[in-house]
Design a protein around this ligand. Structure first.
Ligand SMILES: [Zn+2]
Ligand SMILES: [Zn+2]
Length: 221
């Protein structure tokens, strides 16, 4: 399968899963998450393209905690928040002291750099935009090794689809990472790694079905 065929199949596969708008909606504690963003659709994803794939790669049982770090945590605990905040600032000004002296170098965008009082406002804006413009789906994967392997393969596959890409107005075009800008994903790791192979796709198909059977059909079918 080509990256294009896989991209289309992956987006279709995930449509079976419920869409969440808050971390506490997620009924299980291990898995991958797939973010969607208002206004972002593509040929392979007319209902909404995936804009970020994430994981909790170094610990088990922390899927919801990881999502909470994105939605309501601090920028130093989430590269997603640093990307989002930087992009939001650039939409309104190019002169923010939080981004100086240049893209990726200011205290907002550098991990572990201390924040200032203006950053507190940005933290609130990042949380607000996550609740207003983003939603996500989750696939339950309890085995960490499987989770971590699929995460990288899935990101590389979506990043390499030559058909799908960000809209002209996509917020991520203002992120400092050129990888984010060009892939249309709020991800920068794994984008140049190996792509999903047929056997990996079957593995992913299986864990999606398991998630549907366990968490969707038991309640709704
Ligand atoms: Zn600041
Ligand atoms: Zn695509």
């Amino acid at each position: 399968m080509t990256a294009e065929e896989l991209c289309s199949s992956l987006h279709t596969l995930l449509l079976q899963l419920p869409v969440y708008t808050s971390p506490s909606d997620v009924p299980f504690s291990n898995g991958l998450y797939f973010f969607y963003e208002t206004g972002e659709t593509s040929q392979h994803a007319p209902a909404g393209r995936i804009v970020r794939i994430g994981n909790h790669p170094r610990s088990d049982g922390t899927l919801v905690r990881r999502l909470k770090q994105h939605y309501g945590g601090r920028k130093n605990g989430s590269v997603f928040r640093r990307y989002l905040g930087g992009a939001l600032i650039r939409c309104s000004t190019t002169q923010s002291p939080c981004l100086m002296p240049g893209p990726g170098l200011g205290h907002w965008e550098r991990q572990h750099a201390n924040t200032c009082s203006a950053c507190d406002v940005i933290e609130k804006q990042v949380s607000a935009v996550l609740y207003s413009s983003f939603s996500f789906r989750c696939v339950e994967i309890s085995a960490r090794q499987v989770r971590n392997r699929l995460e990288g393969l899935l990101i590389a596959t979506l990043a390499n689809c030559g058909t799908c890409g960000p809209s002209a107005e996509w917020l991520g075009r203002n992120a400092y990472s050129t990888v984010v800008q060009t892939t249309g994903l709020w991800n920068s790791d794994f984008v140049t790694g190996p792509l999903l192979q047929e056997a990996d796709f079957k593995d992913f198909d299986f864990v999606v079905s398991e998630t549907v059977n366990k968490w969707v059909c038991t309640r709704n079918c």
